[in-house]
Design a protein around this ligand. Sequence first.
Ligand code: SF4
Length: 362
Amino acid sequence: MILCLYLTGMRPQEVQGLRSGCCPDPEPTADGAAGRHLIRSRHYKNVTDEDGNHISAGEDRDIPWVAITPVVHAIRVLERMVPDGELLLSAGHHAFASKRGHHGALKGGALNDQIERFVVWVNREATSLGLSHQTIPEDPHGASGMSRFRRTLAWHIARRPAGLIALAIQYGHMRTVLDARTSSGYASRSQRGLHSVLDVETALAAADTAARLSDRMASGERISGPASRRAIAAAATTPRFEGRIVPAKFAGKAARFLARDGVVLYDNPDAFLICAFKHDNALCEPEPGATAPRQYACRPGCGNTVRTDTHARQLRTRADEIDQMAAAAPGPLGNRLRANSERLRATADAHDTTAQPAEALT
Ligand code: SF4
């Protein structure tokens, strides 16, 4: 349940409505490549009859959800626990305390309770294995709950392009899948799917990046990279978001903002740069029509790159960390690590040589 919520962007009710057999293994494509796993199920939001009354039973969704590998595995596990065609989260098969009188899927309260129990289990395992840094801390905003996963997925896709989170590649992959919105029809505009949540989160992240760049320039940091001028202009015109109250209409504004090719700034902490994304310059090969870079596939030498003095400092700090690892690594691996740290230092040196104050670039 957590994997399905976390990695598909489905709403809680939609996950509760999944049935065994909803995600068959795909046929290979015409060119022999593996096809994508698709989940076919029901959706409930905004489903109405011809008189405009909400249909609580929902309807089959025209457009399937795309399932990445961990989700397919989760569904396969659940399919071993329930009969063919049964709800994957059937109360009759998962409510162990009493099986009498359970119909339909487990209710939201029971599933929220399971999430809390999962947190307790993770923390107990982490403590017993001496991995206290991997415990899940108490959340000041209250229990996790099913409804928070969708926004969290969008947050990770928008702000953690690679590296620090366990499923970074899958998140990057999700962005690619979602960005192919016109070609794949996945969660199309008419369905409003995850796009609007992702657009809002991406626009907020881009605004934060622009604000940070402005602050750094105001404090005297220099800037380098082929997209410096564009980034400075973008930072000057991107609005700041002091709070996080997002009105309903903001999703449309966010999508229009992100469609302005060349002026949206994407933070890429793993490549130690800001990406002033212009589709035609991008070396990371975004899908045709994509409004965001494939940051996890960032390539050196791209014309969208911008760096500040802070990035150069971070590059050197990272190079020092890699050297420490190299000192403890066997021969060939140590050599590769040292080559990597030298490359990072050379990038920092190139910044120092070419960087200019913002005033000189405007
Ligand atoms: S390759 Fe270019 S467009 Fe792609 S993420 Fe890196 S800087 Fe941005």
